[in-house]
Design a protein around this ligand. Structure first.
Ligand code: FE
Length: 170
């Protein structure tokens, strides 16, 4: 079987292969998941989509949002853990890439820790699928909730759709 070299992508913290519109992404051992994902989506100009992943980490900081105080409580776990599941989405805020990622981590005693992923360090494999959407999905901070909600009416989402239509008409 022939390897299609043009579909293999490399970054400092990851390697990836594009299959149809999906990317299969390997984050390198000892790399930070958030840093690697942000680098990957920036390099590949992905501004919307979803992420799934499995693998293992030896350090993770999870956060829990308290709606009453509108504040996050962070907790760091330093031990070898399996990524039982990682689910996230890609959007933009103020024109910059924005990741919203949740993770479930399994410990050596088979207990699970779960929460919003602030960051984690791969120790072993880091296997991810990225499903891009050909769109821009923006977010805006809600003072009322204390969260960055989706903002489907954002002006920043309109130029991309318009320029694409123009291209077809030209
Ligand atoms: Fe969250």
């Amino acid at each position: 079987m022939q390897t299609q070299a043009q579909d293999v992508l490399t970054g400092a913290l990851w390697t990836a292969k594009k299959v149809d519109s999906t990317y299969v992404l390997s984050i390198k051992d000892r790399s930070g998941i958030k840093e690697a994902l942000i680098d990957f989506i920036t390099q590949n100009h992905i501004s919307a989509g979803s992420i799934t992943g499995i693998g293992a980490v030896n350090e993770a900081t999870l956060r829990f949002f308290n709606p009453a105080t509108k504040k996050y409580v962070d907790k760091t776990f330093k031990q070898q853990m399996e990524i039982a599941n990682l689910t996230g989405n890609i959007s933009t805020k103020d024109g910059k890439p924005y990741l919203h990622v949740h993770i479930t981590l399994g410990s050596s005693s088979y207990n699970a820790y779960a929460g919003h992923l602030l960051d984690a360090k791969i120790r072993g494999a880091g296997e991810f699928y990225i499903y891009p959407l050909d769109a821009t999905i923006a977010r805006k901070f809600s003072e009322e909730a204390g969260l960055n909600f989706y903002d489907f009416e954002a002006e920043s989402q309109k130029p991309k759709a318009k320029s694409k239509r123009q291209k077809v008409e030209d």
